[in-house]
Design a binder for this molecule. Structure first.
Ligand code: PLP
Length: 292
């Protein structure tokens, strides 16, 4: 095993008790759930592979984690994104900066998924955007086992899990290996989008996670003062830094539904803190927040 077991502890928010699974602390160089999703590629030997190719946004946690994987494996890492703003090129920050330092070769293209797929050959591993693929199941099975153990050790009677989804891969495979409910919410598209993502990687539609919704719409990656304030309150009350892309939207939707969910909440912290560097910079710039 490459990873230590991630910590599990009790926490409080708005005077309500819950448990936190600290996958953000799984590995210092990986973003939490991306470490789980890429565990398979870390652990297996790929004798022919010389490079890894992927695509997605220019500040993606998956991109950064793949740069770490490539470095560890001594592979070349090629990444396609839509666009890199000139300001970011001149002032690299966050995941983008760290991935470049790990040797990533990044290209701008209007056809990123196609460009990545077209490089596929026996020397080249192509990883879907955000690591949405079957191989993720391998690492998420470990997370499910750890949770079973955490629950026993802490004597939780009626556990349920909540975690925000991007592609939904993490929530999907967790539910597959857990005998209690997994709740999630979409942060990228709507409910339908999330179900479509699940259908792409799993034929059996019986055991999909349950999707929580909220009255308000939040646009992926868009700045929103309400979300920033929630992030700050979470930090002050739990002493834990959450992620500004997924967690804040997840907590918003969770808080709207929490009173209707029966049992002991386990919140999975999926990491992504390196991505906060660029988000905080944008917040500071846009809202002139002085205590940042
Ligand atoms: C990637 C990521 C997610 C989304 O994971 P999916 O498996 O795509 O649903 C959520 N939170 C953080 C911090 C992430 O980095």
């Amino acid at each position: 095993m490459i990873f230590q077991i991630s910590p599990f502890h009790k926490s409080f928010f708005q005077n309500r008790e819950f448990y936190l699974k600290r996958d953000d602390l799984l590995h210092q160089d990986f973003s939490g759930n991306k470490a789980r999703k890429f565990h398979y590629f870390l652990e297996k030997e790929f004798l022919h592979v010389k490079r890894v190719v992927s695509y997605g946004s220019n500040q993606s946690n998956a991109m950064y984690s793949l740069s770490v994987l490539a470095k560890m494996k001594n592979w070349e890492f090629i990444y396609f994104c839509d666009h890199i703003p000139t300001f970011l090129k001149q002032n690299p920050v966050g995941n983008y900066k760290a991935a470049l330092q790990n040797g990533m070769k990044i290209f701008e293209t209007t056809n990123r998924a196609f460009r990545a797929q077209s490089l596929k050959d026996e020397d080249t591993l192509v990883i879907e955007e955000g690591g949405r693929q079957k191989e993720a199941e391998f690492g998420l099975k470990f997370l499910a086992y750890e949770l079973q153990k955490d629950i026993e050790e802490n004597g939780l009677q009626k556990p349920f899990v909540f975690l925000p989804s991007g592609t939904g891969t993490t929530a999907l495979f967790l539910q597959k290996y857990l005998s209690f409910p997994v709740f999630t919410c979409s942060t990228v598209g709507d409910e339908e989008y999330l179900k479509k993502q699940w259908e792409m990687i799993e034929e059996n539609t019986e055991n999909f996670p349950k999707i929580l919704t909220a009255t308000k719409k939040y646009h992926y990656g868009k700045l929103n003062l309400e979300l920033y304030e929630l992030w700050r309150d979470l930090k002050n009350q739990t002493n834990v830094e959450f992620d500004l892309m997924y967690d804040v939207v997840g907590w918003k939707k969770l808080l709207e539904n929490w009173q209707n969910l029966d049992g002991d909440l386990i919140y999975i912290h999926q990491g992504g803190i390196k991505g906060n560097e660029s988000m905080l910079q944008r917040y500071k710039y846009k809202y002139d927040i002085i205590d940042l």
